[in-house]
Design a protein around this ligand. Structure first.
Ligand code: SF4
Length: 405
């Protein structure tokens, strides 16, 4: 599907957030669960009031305007143990969790964002995260091969980011040892952060930690695709001042930087990658995206990007869990017809977790041992193609958040 499909989007939402009238509720209508999930809800007899709502973005009552970090630090403190306490003894959750954000949104607010991240209003306290990671019940909840930090948020929005990573590294030593003896591989902490000039000192700390722990840490530094390339230009200067950060593919025979950093670029440093999202292969056609006019030819292959990719259909209904400072969420993969972020979320609770565990767990990751839904099976390409054209022809609007002007 090319340009015409993009221009035919029937439901284009401008980037404005609606006011939330009822402070106690998440708006129910930002995403809808795919049919596979509805089937489980019905089979397991879950009533609507046992489900808190379905949202495209994992945030409860996100602020309508940016609030200061100082305010978040003082008024938005969340005790991680308290938030999770009611689910820590739940056996079906054993070995399920592999993705965490330490805030409930993202202060970086890139113009394009696969997660269409909300602005943050809360953050976990370091002290409570330390208690959580000291709790065997929580460690049992983690997947044994890796832990990803950064999905709908950025660790560097937390003032004690490097302290948190250091703590996570230490507290997961037992998981690392187990994985090493069982699978012959280290447990990895995978950090995803988006470069910002005002956070260079903190990024330096992460880079140093990654260099000191090459077997345990993988660091991906992303560069945003914004209306203006100011941040990207600042990164090039930053990277050029740090030896080995720019990979050899981007250096010419004379040792000079060639120009733009390409997508998926391996930095010169072993376990650090640089990801410039100004590339059509990146998933920026869901979530928050730039209009054709704002792109204005900067990504020349833009017109070839497919909005509803086949993989979205192949993986529809796959589930996993995700923790941020608002909730432990059930994250279900969806298509752009159900959610503009390609994922739908609902908070997990003792009342709904058993029923939701009958959903298949995402096949790209280890299948948790007590998860009755088992490992998800991808739909065949053929079946996915058929479903995709059915949806395209059904007249159902494709959802999207388009940033204009
Ligand atoms: S792309 Fe990443 S850093 Fe940027 S707003 Fe989204 S979650 Fe935050």
């Amino acid at each position: 599907m090319g340009l015409s499909k993009k221009r035919d989007l029937t439901q284009v939402e401008l980037i404005t957030k609606r006011p939330i009238e009822d402070e106690r509720r998440i708006p129910f209508d930002t995403a809808e669960p795919p049919p596979e999930v509805i089937r489980v809800i019905q089979e397991q007899g879950l009533s609507q009031n046992k489900i808190e709502g379905w949202v495209a973005v994992p945030a409860i009552n996100p602020p309508l305007e940016r609030i200061s970090r100082r305010k978040i630090e003082t008024r938005g403190r969340v005790d991680a143990v308290q938030l999770l306490e009611s689910l820590l003894n739940e056996p079906v959750l054993e070995g399920t969790l592999r993705t965490i954000d330490v805030l409930n949104g993202c202060g970086h607010h890139c113009d394009t964002c696969l997660a269409d991240a909300a602005l943050p209003s809360k953050m976990f306290t370091v002290e409570s995260l330390d208690r959580l990671f000291s709790d065997e019940r929580f460690l049992n909840m983690l997947q044994f091969d890796s832990l990803r930090i950064g999905s709908s948020g950025d660790i560097l929005d937390h003032p004690q980011a490097s302290e948190i990573i250091k703590m996570m590294l230490e507290k997961t030593t037992s998981i690392d040892r187990k994985n090493l003896s069982k699978e012959g591989k280290h447990h990895k902490i995978k950090i995803f952060t988006n470069y910002r000039p005002n956070l260079e000192r903190q990024l330096d700390e992460l880079i140093q930690m990654a260099q000191e722990n090459p077997d345990r840490i993988r660091l991906t530094i992303s560069l945003p695709f914004n209306r203006k390339d100011t941040v990207n230009k600042a990164f090039v200067e930053y990277a050029q001042e740090r030896e080995g950060l720019i990979g050899k593919h981007n250096i010419d025979d004379q040792g000079n930087f060639k120009g733009r950093i390409s997508f998926g670029e391996k930095a010169g440093l072993k376990n650090i990658g640089i990801q410039d999202v100004r590339h059509p292969m990146v998933l920026f056609m869901t979530g928050r995206i730039l209009s054709d006019e704002v792109n204005a030819g900067r990504v020349p292959e833009w017109d070839k990007v497919e909005v509803d990719r086949e993989t979205s259909f192949e993986d529809r209904g796959f589930s996993k869990t995700y923790l941020n400072a608002d909730a432990l969420w059930l994250m279900v993969y969806a298509t752009p017809y159900e959610s503009h972020t390609g994922r739908v979320f609902t908070p997990l609770s003792p009342d709904n977790v058993k029923a939701f565990s009958h959903l298949p767990y995402h096949s790209d990751f280890p299948t948790p041992s007590n998860w009755p839904g088992g490992k998800a099976m991808s739909m065949s390409h053929q079946e996915a193609r058929r479903l995709r054209s059915e949806m395209a022809n059904s007249g159902k609007p494709m959802k999207n958040t388009v940033v204009v002007g």
